[in-house]
Structures are given as C-alpha cells and as structure tokens.
Design a protein. Structure first.
Lengths: 313, 446, 261
C-alpha cells in the first residue's frame, strides 16, 4: 500500500511583495503553503537573504566580520563589498547611530550616509531605523523621500509612529512599509489594519513580527510566526497575509555565545564559528517558522542560509 | 484524539431499534462520544466497527522509550503540530556520528569530543545525549569493538546497521543499554525484526522512499512490532524535509497510526561536511519534527544555539521559563562589586545579564524568586516588592556574602525605592533605566 | 475553528422592492441591496425568489449571473421551492469563492433537495423538521439522522449538510427556546455544521427590540456551537456581536480594530 499524503495546500495565500526595481528586484511571499512545504504546492518565491550594514561602518563590528571588509574605508565601499557576498539578495542599511540615547547623529548626516549606500549598489534596499520612535518618525520620513523610486522597505513603522512613517513611506513616496510588532500578534494584525486604513496598499506592507536569538525567549518568536501563518492561511485572515522580514544579525551578534572571545572561554572554541552558528541556526529557525526574508551579517552565514534555501525549495 | 459523534454514527448499524435505550442511533452515538454510554450497550455494533473505533481513540503517535536509567529518553508521543497548540512532550535528541569506516585515530578523536560538551542552562544539563554508531560493510575497524568503545561513554546509542548478523553481534554487547537498532529495510525487515525483538530494543525502519518505508512499517506492525522509529532521511535535503513533515502530519492530523512513530534524521548524509549547513538544518529539524537528529559532530559552536533553541521550543507555552534564584557574578564581580536585582523570568534574566556582560563592568546580578514573572507582572502580583526582597536577602544571607551596599533596582519598579531603603538599612538604592538596552550606558556612566 | 458564516437575507421577494426588481429584471435595487449587505460583512447572500413557478429558471440564472459578475463571484444561497430553478442557478454558478447553498431541504416534502445538492456538489440547509413543529429534540435529532443518512448515501460530505433546528418565535413559544439551543449543542457535539433563520425568535417584537434579542440569541447559539446563520447583516448590533463572539471563540485573531474589518 503506497503512502498517501494529504495535501496541506490552503485556499488562501501570503501576499507577494516586490522590493527594489529592475533586474535585481526581488519578490517575497505569494505562497499558499507552510514554509518549505513544496510537497503541498510549489513555492514560487523562495525566501530571501539580506546583508546588513550600519552607519557606523566597521566601527562596532567584531573582528571576524571586519576582516571580510578589509580595505573598505567609505560606506560606499562597504556597501559594495557587502553586496558582493555570495547569496545576498538585498541590502539592509541600519541607521543605529540616530538613537538619541546613543551617538545621536543628525538626520541630515544619516540621510547623506543612506544616499551614499543607495548610490553604491543596485540591490533592493531595506532601511532600518534607530530604535527610537520619535527619531524614526523624522528619520524614516526623510529616508523614504531620499529613496524615491527605489521601491525600498522602510522599517520599522510602529504603533507609536505608524501614521508618520506609513504616510511618508507608503503614501507620499511609494515605498514598502515594514510594520514592527515585537511578538504581539494582535498588534501585528492591528498595525496592518491601521496602515491599510491609512490608505497604504496591502501589497506594499511587510511585517517584522519580532525577533530573538535562539535560546533567548525564541519560543515567543516561533509561536508568533507560526500563528501568523496559521491565521493568514487557514483562516484566510487578510490582515495577516503580509510577508515577514526578520532582522537576525542585530540580535545574534549581541549575545555572549557570539561575542565572547576564545581567550575568555577556551572550551567554547573558535569565536567566528560560534557566531556564525548562532546566526545560521536562528535564521534557519526563523525561516522554518515563517519568515519570508532574513537579514544577516556574516558572509558565511549568508552563503549557508542561501544554500539551505536553495536545497529546500 | 476525541471522537466526534459523527465518526461513531458512521459506523453504527443505523437501525434505530431503541434496544440501547436511545431513541435513535444518532442519539446513541452522541452519548458514546460524550462518554455517557458504553458502546457495548448496542447489540448490533460489529466487532470490526468497534476495533476501528478503539484504533481511532488511541494516541496519534507512539511514545517510544530508549536507553536506560538517567539516559532513558522518551521519543514521540506528540499530539499537536505546533507548540502553541499544546506543549511538545519529547525533546529532539542529538546524536554524534561515528562509523567503523573511520580509522582508529578519527574514532578516538570523535568519541573524545562527545563528553567535551557539557554545561547547564536554566536548570537543564546540556550534553550530547546520543551516539550514532554506523556500520559500513567495507569498514576498516571492527564494528563490535567500536560499539563497545562508544558504549563506554554511557550515552544512549543508535546502531546504524542493516547487516543482520553484525547487528546481532553488536546487540550482544550492548542490548542492556537499550539502544535503537536502525536497521530494518524492505529487504531484511523480517530477520531484523527477530534480532530487535530478541534483544528487546526499538527498531528503526528505512527505505528508498516513503512508500517502501510505509510498507515495511505495515509489515512490521502485522508481525506485532510497534516499537519502531522511522529513518526519514532521503537522498536530498528537500526529500528528507518532505518525508519528515508528511509523516508527522499524517499521524497527527489525519490519524494514520502507521505514520505515528518518532523520526531519525541523519544530517551527516545531507550536509556532506558543510558544518554550518548542518547547524542550520539541525535548527530546522528541531522545529519540524526530528526526534533523533544525527550530526557529524556536536561542538560548542553547534551546541550553544541548538540546545538553547530546543529548550525554548519544548517549553510549556503555559509556563514561563525560570532561572534559579541566587547571586550571579558577572564580568568577574566579587563581594565589593555593585549589585543589581531583577526577577527570575528567564527572558528578563537573559536580556539583563546579556547587557551587563556587554558593559564589561564587574557586578552581581541578584535574582530573587518572583514566580517566573516579568518585572511589572511580578510587581502587580506582589511577587516583587520590598517585602519579597527583604525576605530573599535574609534567606540567602546576602549581607554576609556581599560587602557592597549599592543595589540597582529595575526602572519599571522605581516606586519601590523608598520602601526598599526602609527595609534594607545601609543600602543605597539606585534606579536603573526602564529598558535593558540602556544598561550599558547607565553602568559605564556610573 | 472557522469564522461564523453569515448569510444575508435581504434579497427576498417578501420585500416589495426586491419583488418588483426581480419581476422587472431591474438590476439596480438588487445590486444596491447586495452591496449594502456585503459592505456590512455578509459572507453569503441568500437569493429568495419565492416559488417562482412560471419563470424560476430564468430568474434564478439572471440573479446568479448578475450578483456574481457584479461582486467577484460572491457565494450564494439559492432559495426557492422550485427545484428546477435551483438547478438552473447552479448551472451558471461560479464556485471559486464557495459552493452554492441549496436552501433548503426538510424531512418531509423537500427531502429530495438533499439529492439535488449531492448531485451538484452543493451545500444544503437541512431543516430538522417534518410536518408541523417538532415536539422535542428526540424528534429533531431523528430528522437530523434521516437527512444526514440521505446525504451520506448520495455521497455528500457531512460538512456540506448545514442543519437548521428551526428557530422559533419567543412570543408564543418562549418555553421552546432552550430546546432549540440544546439542539444546536447536539449538532455541534456530533461535529455537524448548523445554520438557521435566527431572527425568527424576535418576530412580532417592537422594531427597536429585535436587534437586542437577535444579538442575545446569536451569542447564546454561538456558545452552543452554531456555525452559521441567515441574518440581516445591516443590523449593526447583531454583526458586532457576531464579530465579538468570533474573537471570544478564537475563530479570528483579535486586533483593536476588529469591528471595522
């Protein structure tokens, strides 16, 4: 008796969102099955992998990442280098220096940096803010303006500033709005409702539903993503059918398993290998739970995850 | 799985004879489904129908036990497909790979690597729990000797061996430790089943594709063996993922009992030496239905994220994860270092301790018993108050262990400052920022 | 659990304006009423053309094509005692948004509508009623079994039979209300889908009372496991109650704006 598997194909599907323009444009979402369930129905748009750089350039990066950027002095050179890594589908520029509790760089300075990066590469762009909602309202509005015509993702629009960020990115300058909801599934849905009520086209919204490093409360991330996909596909909840983009590197390269040197804890072994494994395992888990795109940093992680996606799709 | 009245009704005689005391067969079926009446009250239900019903009420997935003593593990027994529906009950177990195809030096190196990984994380001992001992017909080392060596490490073993005689010989030296015999194929399952039965061990089934595996499982079930695991490893990563997911889904969702067995996923065959790819796949199969995941090696690089991920995924969604209350010195903190306190909710602990480590400032993180709740929830529930802190200070005799008299309290409970000062005389109470991410700057500026 | 399914009842020949539009094949009033109901959140629209003995087939085809072309293949319940009209309607029906519903079969004269639904892969509303109102739930469940068996014999999936307990009017049959609610629980325990003309309960009550009574009824019935109802979707209070119950039953994810979507 042959094994007969019932199909798990759904009548609903995730919305397909195209990022960038021209030959290098990418599309995420569009599937009507759970992540990597190609045996239920073909998945047309494989998940995508982004590389992250920040306005600090290499200043705050660990040695094991710096070495891949040897010789790069300007942001433009760094961006070009990042874009050249094997497996990179898009580039994420994070303006972390804007945080008023941190370096508190001016909006003008950061937008100039953003333009330098955007001019240097032809990859689709994701722009990420400073984590400060007030600053981001201003910063991301200017970023959306500066990238007009690039069809970039502007991340994050949050509960506190979605009106400003959504109106600038989604309405005035025709970008994709990235709605961020830190493992609160009801808020994830609500933000999408609010953005669509604001007039943003539903196919110009992506979500960051939350992120964590494997081992660091990851169960909340896993369940949030899985419940979002379940509602989107099995309940046809149109307000949760936006694809998910998950920043990974900015989390995983902050935990002790990734940054403790081998000298400090010799039995843990090579730091680079540890950092990469923390990054790839977290990214792989995100993808298995429902992320349509992940944002990484280490070139080996990018190549590994890109290879895994190809193998699974 | 609870049966609906409809499932029972479909098998009922539909005579409406009322002999059972119910007006119709449908009413009777409903009562049986509710457990109000036993099915035997109906004289006309066929034996076959009753057998079908008892099959349908059996758990969707077998729980299989392997190993002995402290190394005994339950595999399988899951009732849901995603962890938010109900807790996953049997953790994924990772097995390090050795093979008689390796030379003696490699084998020794591999085996010595296994006990090298051992640490504790949130009250759970983390170590490589299983060893996969593979047999290759053209291997250069003696398989039985290899099994003996591996057994000496005290881990539960999986014998990957499709040769009946060799398997018999290997089990002769290790069957008491209850290893898994991953050896049944469509060609040898009858003989292999005898070997497994005689040794009293769980049998692993593999095949070229799902149809072969399914047929072999059916044949083994017919021969009376349901102590099985299924090796879902296919020729490619994609095929393996499909096999593993479809098998679990057929068991849990569609109630196909012949699919309801734990899985073995052999990443060594799939990652082909790419250790980072193996790492990524181990994470995927931890989330998607790997019961035993076989890895070429498990060093700290793989273990640190993987065991953490597993701890998260297999935690009870209703119960928060807690860390043990106590004093945690950070960055070489000693009795003179500044103290900070927060709750025992694991997520809070990790966020705070991570930021403290990043600051590089030597300090003591004092975790009090707050019922595993987050700061504000614990405060609202009365589990983080001046009273609880005072009590904890006494229980743990903090003042004799620590000379510093500076205590930083969470910014979210700044209101407690005055009360704590009153209850802990001599202590300077300092209010932390409200977000953990601001701690680095805060400590450096102090 | 799936979301509660509402079947909008306002396209009915009992409304003079609709009757006139049907007779004159005037699309405007039909489209207007359909749009009002869909905007208010109706899933299905009921198309009640009455007995339509003379031109039922033509009328039903016209109505199905009109509504489905105007509203992106909106799923419909075809409501008439004229079997040929139902078949004609199904012959031009596009099922991309949901199977057609045959409204309705009962355990007496209209039991053959089950066969009709089975032959056309349609959903059927199965009214647990024979001649006259059932005296108790034993009788209702007897009809339920008869209808279910008939459907299964003809190859239907049980989920395509939506059982209707027949909601009764409070003014006159107040003592029967709990019986109806218990009957819904029995359907639900059996794993069966259910529906019904919910607003029957408030027939004859003052106009301002009816939404209140209907809302209370739908909440209690959903608690018992009712999966669908034939309702006036433009009754805001009723629709808000249904949406709230869907949240409480975890049929849909809560968001602060849940009433607006």
């Amino acid at each position: 008796m042959p094994f007969t598997a019932k199909s798990g194909k759904f009548n609903a599907s995730i919305k397909a969102v195209t990022i960038g323009t021209g030959d290098k444009a990418i599309t995420i979402g569009g599937e009507n099955v759970l992540p990597f369930y190609t045996f239920d129905a073909p998945i047309e748009n494989a998940p995508k992998v982004g590389v992250e750089i920040t306005d600090f350039g290499m200043e705050n990066e660990p040695e094991c990442i710096k070495k891949y950027y040897e010789g790069c002095t300007t942001l433009a050179e760094i961006a070009k280098k990042a874009a050249s890594f094997e497996g990179v589908d898009f580039l994420c520029f994070r303006m972390e220096g804007g945080d008023p509790n941190g370096a508190n760089k001016s909006t003008e300075e950061l937008i100039a940096a953003l333009k330098e990066v955007a001019d240097a590469v032809d990859l689709p762009l994701v722009v990420s803010g400073s984590k400060n909602v007030e600053k981001d309202a201003e910063l991301l509005t200017k970023a959306a303006e500066a990238l007009q015509g690039k069809n970039a993702v502007i991340l994050p629009a949050r509960e506190e500033n979605y009106k400003t960020v959504g109106a600038a990115a989604g309405l005035a300058y025709g970008q994709i709005v990235g709605a961020e909801s830190s493992v609160d599934i009801n808020l994830a849905k609500q933000l999408n409702v609010l953005l669509t009520q604001l007039g943003v086209n539903a196919s110009n919204i992506a979500m960051n539903v939350g992120t964590a490093t494997a081992g660091y409360g990851y169960e909340y991330v896993a369940s949030t993503m899985q419940r979002v996909k379940a509602a989107a596909l099995s309940q046809n909840d149109t307000q949760l059918q936006m694809p998910i983009i998950t920043p990974v590197a900015s989390e995983t390269w902050g935990v002790k398993e990734s940054i403790t040197s081998e000298a400090d804890i010799p039995e843990w072994g090579d730091q680079e290998r540890r950092g990469v494994d923390m990054e790839v395992q977290t990214a792989a888990a995100d993808l298995a739970c429902g992320s349509n795109a992940v944002i990484l940093k280490h070139p080996t992680s990018i190549a590994t995850i890109s290879k895994m996606i190809k193998e699974l799709i | 799985m609870a049966l609906k009245g409809l499932d029972i009704f479909k098998l009922s005689p539909k005579k409406n004879c009322k002999e059972c005391g119910s007006p119709t067969c449908m009413a009777f079926s409903m009562k049986v489904a509710q457990g109000a009446v036993d099915i035997s009250a109906c004289p006309y239900f066929s034996e076959e129908a009753k057998a079908q019903l008892s099959e349908a009420t059996a758990p969707p997935m077998k729980t299989v036990k392997v190993g002995t003593g402290s190394e005994e593990f339950s595999l399988g027994g899951e009732t849901v497909l995603e962890r938010h529906e109900k807790t996953f009950v049997s953790k994924t177990r990772y097995a390090a790979f050795v093979c008689n195809c390796m030379d003696a030096a490699t084998i020794d190196a591999k085996l010595s690597q296994i006990p090298a990984v051992e640490y504790e994380r949130i009250s759970e001992k983390m170590y490589v729990e299983m060893i996969y001992v593979n047999y290759a017909a053209d291997g250069q080392s003696d398989y039985v000797e290899l099994v003996k060596k591996a057994a000496a490490l005290g881990r539960t073993m999986v014998l990957g061996c499709t040769d009946v005689e060799v398997a018999k010989a290997a089990l002769a030296v290790c069957k008491d430790s209850k290893p898994v015999l991953n050896g049944a194929t469509p060609d040898n399952y009858e003989a292999m089943n005898q070997v497994a039965k005689e040794a009293g061990v769980v049998l692993g089934v593999s095949g070229a594709n799902m149809n072969e595996i399914y047929d072999t499982v059916k044949a083994l079930e017919a021969a009376g063996n349901k102590d099985l695991v299924i090796d879902t490893t296919g020729a490619t990563i994609k095929e393996t993922f499909a096999n593993t997911v479809q098998l679990r889904r057929a068991a849990i969702k569609d109630g196909d009992r012949s699919c309801g067995y734990p899985s073995i996923v052999n990443l060594r065959k799939l990652a082909k030496g790419d250790m980072h790819l193996q790492s990524a796949l181990a994470a995927v199969f931890t989330i998607k239905y790997g019961s035993i995941v076989v890895m070429e090696e498990v060093t700290y690089a793989e273990a640190l994220p993987l065991f953490g991920l597993r701890q998260n995924i297999f935690t009870d969604p209703q119960k928060p994860m807690r860390v043990e209350p106590g004093i945690y010195p950070i960055n070489g903190g000693d009795e003179n270092s500044i103290c900070l306190t927060t709750v025992d909710f694991a997520l809070t602990y990790f966020l705070v301790s991570g930021e403290l480590e990043r600051s590089g400032v030597p300090c003591n993180l004092i975790i009090s018993d707050a019922g595993g709740l987050s700061v504000l929830t614990a405060w609202a529930a009365g589990k983080l108050s001046s009273g609880t802190i005072e009590k904890f200070w006494k229980e743990q005799d903090i003042e004799s262990k620590i000379k510093s008299r500076k205590l930083v309290i969470p910014g979210k409970v700044a209101v407690l400052k005055g009360e704590i000062e009153a209850k802990l005389p001599g202590w300077e109470i300092i209010i932390a920022p409200t977000e953990a991410s601001q701690l680095v700057k805060f400590l450096k500026d102090m | 659990m799936a979301k509660f399914i509402t079947i909008g009842e306002r396209l009915s020949t009992t409304a003079p304006a609709v009757n006139k539009a049907f007779t004159q094949r005037d699309p405007e009033p039909i489209i207007q009423r359909a749009k009002q109901q869909l905007d208010a959140g109706a899933t299905y629209l009921d198309v009640n053309i009455g007995p339509a003995e003379s031109d039922g087939e033509d009328l039903m085809k016209w109505a199905v094509q009109l509504l489905q072309s105007e509203f992106d293949n909106v799923p419909l319940a075809l409501d008439t005692s004229n079997k040929k009209a139902i078949e004609a309607g199904i012959s031009v029906y596009n099922r991309s948004k949901g199977k057609p519903i045959v409204n309705s079969a009962d355990a007496a004269g209209r039991i053959e509508n089950i066969d009709l639904a089975a032959a056309n892969d349609a959903i059927v509303i199965a009214l647990c009623n024979g001649e006259g109102i059932a005296k108790d739930n034993d009788e209702r469940m007897g009809y339920c079994q008869m209808l279910l068996e008939r459907g299964l014999e003809h190859g239907m999936e049980a989920e395509d039979l939506w059982f209707d307990p027949l909601f009764l009017v409070v003014k006159g049959m107040q003592d029967k209300q709990m019986q109806i609610l218990e009957c819904i629980k029995m359907f639900s325990d059996m794993g069966l889908n259910s529906t019904g003309g919910l607003s029957n309960n408030s027939n004859g009550m003052p106009k301002h009372i009816r939404p209140i009574m209907d809302s209370a009824m739908v909440a209690m019935a959903m608690m018992q496991g009712l999966t669908s109802a034939i309702v006036n979707p433009n009754d805001t209070r009723l629709m808000e109650t249904i949406k709230s119950c869907d949240v409480l039953k975890n049929n849909t994810l809560y968001a602060d704006s849940y009433l607006e979507i």
